[in-house]
Design a protein around this ligand. Structure first.
Ligand SMILES: O=C1O[C@H](COP(=O)(O)O)[C@@H](O)[C@H](O)[C@H]1O
Length: 253
């Protein structure tokens, strides 16, 4: 049985302060994992998260982080070409990857030449290969891959990755990577990590800024009772969960 996650909640006055603190948190974990296992496996979301990573490209981190040991993955991706405005890869490339010396071979983008089903199968197969090569760890507790750090955003409806409220994919407990063709948020076709993979992580940062998110933050962190769990309430990693909130997102707590 999975252990209960250690949960921390950090509230900052501004999104700028969230970005500053997040950069230090990521750099510290990179240092720890690069020392311990010679690699750092980090999973990116799309959306507003990438903008909140902007401090990582400042000289302090550009010069100190061991970028060549980073292995970059995506929590979810839209089934669009990599140069499409809706692509989570493009967002991360433009905002971060093009500005830091990460090795191109260590960037595991989703194959944009395949269908949603095909891309999910292909990504899962590639993850299994990386487990066999020792780049990616496997959780002894769950048997699912154990990433060092996942960076999650959250939509105003409480969705994380491409796992939306009330959707049957919330119950997927065998696949590592799956697909959705009826996403309520456009574009409709996406691929996504499943909850067993998310919850096998060593560390998760949930980065949530802005007033539209305040209701879902209240549902997740407040004292209210609600029988239906939002996807964000299902995030419960083996390791440590840290919420990074600005005061607008935390305004209903
Ligand atoms: O569609 C998506 O939305 C979520 C949340 O995005 P945000 O802009 O509200 O922060 C994002 O985490 C996910 O990766 C993306 O595909």
């Amino acid at each position: 049985m999975a252990a209960t996650a250690e949960r921390k909640v950090e509230v900052f006055d501004t999104e700028e302060e969230v970005a500053v603190s997040l950069a230090k948190y990521i750099a510290d974990l990179s240092d720890k994992f690069c020392k311990e296992r010679g690699a750092f496996t980090i999973v990116l979301s799309g959306g507003s998260l990438i903008e909140s990573l902007r401090k990582l490209v400042e000289p302090q981190y550009i010069d100190s982080v061991e970028w060549s040991k980073w292995h970059i993955f995506w929590l979810d991706e839209r089934v669009v070409p990599k140069d499409h405005k809706d692509s989570n890869y493009k967002l991360a490339y433009d905002g971060l990857l093009s500005k830091v010396p990460i090795l191109p071979d260590n960037v595991y983008a989703i194959n944009d030449a395949l269908s949603a089903e095909g891309a999910a199968d292909d990504y899962e197969t590639r993850l299994k290969h990386l487990v066999n090569c020792g780049v990616l760890a496997l959780s002894a507790a769950s048997g699912f891959p154990k990433f060092d750090l996942m960076l999650l955003g959250m939509g105003p409806d409480g969705h994380v990755a491409s796992l939306f409220p009330g959707h049957p994919l919330l119950k997927e407990n065998e696949r590592w990577v799956t697909f959705i063709k009826d996403s309520p948020k456009p574009p409709p076709e996406r691929i996504t990590f499943t909850f067993p993979v998310i919850n096998s992580s060593a560390y998760i940062a949930l980065v949530v800024t802005g007033a539209p998110q305040a209701g879902a933050v209240q549902r997740a962190l407040g004292n209210g009772q609600n029988s239906d769990k939002l996807p964000v309430q299902m995030v419960s990693p083996e390791g440590e969960l840290t919420w990074f909130l600005d005061k607008d997102a935390a305004s209903k707590l």
